[in-house]
Ligand binder design. Structure first.
Ligand code: PGA
Length: 264
């Protein structure tokens, strides 16, 4: 099923939002594996106007920046919100940048769930990382219990409010929001295009009401949660879906099919 609310029906609100396809390799892979994967991607034909951003485990940022074609950007999967200091095990945005990253994924649900990142921490990191010169994919999304209790938008609005309390004015041009329902991550259960579109439209409406109409129209909102070649075309056509953040399927050669997804 496609989205009844398609982009063609709403061209006036697009405000130059370039489609963005993010990969998130999480804690997977090795130099040998990346080398093989990237050789295929580097040779593949990219037929769409699309920005590609790959979330790479920190030790491999430099390696992937060297191996991957320059048109595709490298993202850190997390950064600490300090320039330097006694934070054993953390990396700063400056370090990620020094190793070739131009983006960071912040507030992924796995960071929130397993590493105790609260809405406030995620928001502070988002603002700090932008200040340090990287672009940010900031993640929001509800758990299954939230959805079942009809609390999806309460949870997401609180996550968005925390971000909007820290990110001001021009900094929004460096922030992309990824809506990732936690129940759809790594489970094979994708939100239907209608379910995703509904939440994306509500996030954009929230931005319009609480931040500004211009920022609401210009901010890209990605969908994440079991996106793969088989479902990317239907999702990509929805009016308020401006791209994807992809986990499992971004570790495969045919991720280029998702990069070339229908975005009309
Ligand atoms: P998935 O992960 O595509 O494997 O569901 C998405 C994500 O966690 O960003």
């Amino acid at each position: 099923m496609g989205c009844s609310n398609s982009k063609q029906a709403k061209p006036e609100t697009m405000a130059g939002r370039k489609f963005l396809v993010g990969g998130n390799w999480k804690m997977n892979g090795s130099k040998a594996m990346y080398k093989e994967l990237l050789a295929g991607w580097n040779a593949a034909e990219i037929t769409k106007a699309v920005e590609v951003v790959i979330g790479v485990p920190a030790p491999y940022l430099d390696f992937v920046r060297t191996e991957m074609k320059p048109e595709f950007a490298v993202a850190a999967q997390n950064c600490h919100n300090a320039e330097k200091g006694a934070f054993t095990g953390e990396i700063s945005p400056g370090m990620a940048k020094d190793c070739g990253a131009s983006w960071a994924i912040i507030g992924h649900s796995e960071r929130r769930e397993f590493f105790g990142e609260t809405n406030e921490i995620v928001a502070k990191k988002t603002a700090f990382v932008v200040e340090q010169g990287l672009q940010v994919i900031a993640c929001v999304g509800e758990k299954l219990a939230d959805r079942e209790a009809d609390k999806t938008m309460d949870v997401i609005n609180a996550q968005m409010k925390a971000i909007a309390d820290e990110v001001k004015g021009d900094a929004w041009s460096k922030v992309v929001i990824a809506y990732e329902p936690v129940w759809a991550i790594g489970t094979g259960k994708t939100a239907s295009p209608e379910q995703a579109q509904e939440v994306h439209a509500k996030i954009r409406a929230w931005l319009k009401e609480k931040v500004s109409e211009d920022i609401a129209n210009a901010t890209r909102i990605l969908y994440g949660g079991s996106v793969k070649p088989a479902n990317c075309n239907d999702l990509g056509k929805c009016a308020d879906i401006d791209g994807f953040l992809v986990g499992g399927a971004s570790l495969k050669p045919d991720f280029t099919t998702v990069i070339n997804a229908d975005q009309s």
